[in-house]
Write a protein that binds this ligand. Structure first.
Ligand code: SF4
Length: 279
C-alpha cells in the first residue's frame, strides 16, 4: 500500500487549476494555427489571430485565458493500492481547487442555484471518482465555462432512432447553439450507458487530444462524419462565418439498456482548458 500525503494532492491540484487557466493546451493552440491558415474568410482568420494572441498574452502575463474561469471539474482515477493520509481524497481535491482559484486570482463562478449567492470559493469541486488497479493516483482537471456548458444536452432516444437519429440531434444542437458557446468548439459525445453515464462520458471524452484517433475505426469514422457535418454549418469562429465551427468531435460509448439509446452532447468552447497529473 502506497501512502500519499493529502497536502501533496492539495498543492498539485492548486497548481493545475492555475496552469489550466493560463496555458492553453498545445494541441488546441496548434489547431488554431492550422485552421487560421486554412480559413479563407477574413473575419475567421482575424478571430484566430486574436485567439492565438490571447493565448500568448495569457501565458506571458499570468492573466486567465478567459474571464469565465469555470466550474472546476475533476476526473480522478485512484489505484486500489493508494491511501491518502491527512484528509479524505475528496477534501484534498476540493481544498486544492479552492487554493488554486484563490491564489491564481481566478474568478469564482459557483453559486446557489436559487438565491444565486456566490459560494465564495468556486466550490464545491465537481469530482468523478474511479477505482482502478495499481498504486497511482491520476487527476484530470477541466475548467468548464458556463457559456459552452449551457449549450450541452442529454437526450434519451428509443433504440429505433439509431445513428441517424443521434447524428441529426447532434448537428441540430450545434446549429441552434450558434455563436453562444464561443466557437470553434470541441464536441464530446456520450452514447449508451444510462442518463448520467452518457453525460459523464461526453465530458470525459473531451480530455482526449484533438489529433488522436478513436481506437475503434467505426467510431473514428463517426467522429469524422459529425465533424465534417458541423463544419458545413458556416457558424465559424465566434459565429462570424467560416470553415471552422468545430475543432474536434470525440465519442465515448458504453453498453446500454435494450430499451434505450442515451445520448449526451457536451459542448466545449475554444478555451478548452484542462490539465492532468499522475502521483
Ligand atoms: S464559453 Fe468559453 S470562451 Fe466563452 S466566455 Fe465561457 S469560458 Fe470563456
Amino acid at each position: 500500500m502506497r501512502t500519499i500525503p493529502a497536502q501533496t494532492i492539495v498543492d498539485k491540484v492548486a497548481e493545475m487549476c492555475i496552469a489550466a487557466n493560463r496555458e492553453l493546451p498545445a494541441d488546441v493552440l496548434q489547431a488554431f494555427k492550422t485552421q487560421q491558415a486554412a480559413e479563407e474568410n477574413p473575419a475567421a482568420k482575424e478571430i484566430f489571430r486574436q485567439l492565438i494572441e490571447n493565448a500568448e498574452l495569457s501565458r506571458e502575463t499570468g492573466l486567465p485565458l478567459c474571464q469565465d474561469c469555470g466550474l472546476a471539474v475533476f476526473f480522478v482515477e485512484m489505484g486500489e493500492d493508494v491511501r491518502v493520509e491527512g484528509m479524505s481524497l475528496r477534501e484534498a481535491v476540493n481544498a486544492g481547487m479552492v487554493k488554486g482559484y484563490k491564489e491564481g486570482y481566478l474568478r469564482k463562478s459557483s453559486c446557489d442555484p436559487f438565491t444565486r449567492k456566490n459560494t465564495g470559493d468556486n466550490g464545491p469541486a465537481i469530482i468523478h471518482f474511479d477505482i482502478v488497479p495499481g498504486d497511482k493516483l491520476k487527476i484530470w482537471m477541466m475548467a468548464k465555462g458556463g457559456g459552452s456548458e449551457n449549450m450541452s444536452r442529454v437526450m434519451m432516444f428509443p433504440p429505433a432512432a439509431g445513428w441517424k437519429g443521434l447524428r441529426e440531434f447532434i448537428i441540430k444542437r450545434i446549429a441552434e447553439a450558434g455563436p453562444n458557446p464561443c466557437p470553434p468548439v470541441l464536441v464530446g459525445i456520450g452514447i449508451g450507458g444510462n442518463f448520467e453515464l452518457a453525460a459523464i462520458n461526453s465530458k470525459k471524452a473531451l480530455l482526449r487530444d484533438i489529433d488522436d484517433t478513436h481506437p475503434d475505426p467505426e467510431v473514428a469514422k463517426l467522429e469524422e462524419e459529425v465533424l465534417s457535418a458541423i463544419n458545413k454549418l458556416n457558424i465559424g469562429p465566434m459565429g462570424l462565418g467560416g470553415k471552422t465551427t468545430c475543432l474536434a468531435v470525440k465519442i465515448a460509448t458504453a453498453p446500454c439498456h435494450l430499451a434505450s439509446l442515451p445520448l449526451a452532447v457536451n459542448v466545449q468552447c475554444h478555451s478548452a482548458r484542462h490539465k492532468e497529473v499522475v502521483l
